[in-house]
Design a protein around this ligand. Structure first.
Ligand code: SF4
Length: 289
């Protein structure tokens, strides 16, 4: 069973909900696909099993750096070609690997080589393996990193016979979210009672509906706005599977690096109930299908 947790907007409580479900599932693999800002490794500290660099883009390298007799810099839209001490140099952080310089100036013998985009880590926590990635700031290709994370996850799942995959999707609705959502059996959308969160979840759900994935909704931080809570109930009706109250214990638990469902207080109680209920609902639905 593959479950994806998404929200469309950061700071909604997606990781908090995902950590509660992972703890309830137990025999699962947790995938933190938020490659721009992973945080599950802060909640589930474990022994690192592997750390691999990953390339999602290319970098131009000059093969023949003979003394320069013409202006090569203008061909690069990104300003990545400079002249230093009479020699050409490519600024790595600016090069997008488009290859235009190699086509325009074959005499430079430009080669496109893989560029280091980030890292993918696998760690063994007390309860289950955790797979997560980290993109180097400014690097493109977050969708490709998520696909690579899913490929590594699938290898571990097949090798160890793990029945359930839980994916904590990135915020937004872009390429990495599409990569995280595709192939899931069920999606859980997290929303808080604010207009931005409702609008962003609706956009993220367009991705879920595109793939015809069944979904449930969890309202987090209930109690901060009666008006928007009513709107969530009206919009999502029977799809609303749980409501987690706003509780100041949650940020305290997160700051101390502990999954909030393991704490005390109303949110911890509801997070545990929510996880049990959703797993039961999703399993029932799976057996019906
Ligand atoms: S590969 Fe493209 S981005 Fe990189 S230096 Fe050449 S023209 Fe510029």
């Amino acid at each position: 069973m593959k479950i994806v947790v998404l929200s469309g907007k950061g700071g909604t409580g997606k990781s908090c909900v995902a950590s509660a479900i992972a703890l309830e599932l137990g025999h699962c693999i947790l995938v933190d696909a938020d490659v721009d800002c992973p945080n599950q490794f802060l909640l589930f500290k474990g022994k690192e099993k592997s750390r691999d660099t990953f390339s999602a883009s290319k970098l131009a390298v000059i093969g023949n750096n003979a003394p320069v007799c013409r202006d090569y810099s203008k061909v690069c839209e990104f300003g990545a070609i400079t002249l230093e001490g009479g020699k050409l140099r490519i600024i790595e952080t600016r090069c997008e690997g488009c290859g235009a310089c190699g086509i325009a100036f074959p005499e430079l013998e430009i080669k496109l080589v893989p560029k280091n985009s980030g890292e993918i880590m696998v760690s063994e926590t007390a309860g289950f393996p955790l797979v997560y990635g980290r993109l180097i700031p400014g690097e493109a290709g977050s969708g490709k990193v998520v696909f690579e994370i899913k490929r590594i996850t699938q290898e571990i799942v097949s090798r160890r016979g793990i029945p359930d995959i839980l994916i904590d999707a990135p915020a937004g609705i872009g390429c990495p979210v599409i990569a995280a959502v595709s192939g899931s059996d069920h999606a859980i959308g997290i929303v808080e009672p604010t207009p931005a969160s409702i609008a962003n979840l609706e956009r993220a759900l367009e991705v879920v509906r595109h793939f015809s994935i069944p979904y449930s909704i969890v309202m987090n931080k209930q109690g901060i706005s009666e008006k928007y809570e009513k709107e969530i109930i009206q919009r999502f009706g029977g799809l609303l599977a749980a409501r987690i109250p706003y509780d100041e214990n949650v940020p305290r638990m997160l700051a101390s690096g502990t999954p909030p469902s393991l704490g005390k207080g109303p949110a911890a109680r509801e997070l545990k109930k929510m996880a049990k209920k959703l797993i039961r609902l999703i399993r029932q639905k799976e057996t019906q299908d």
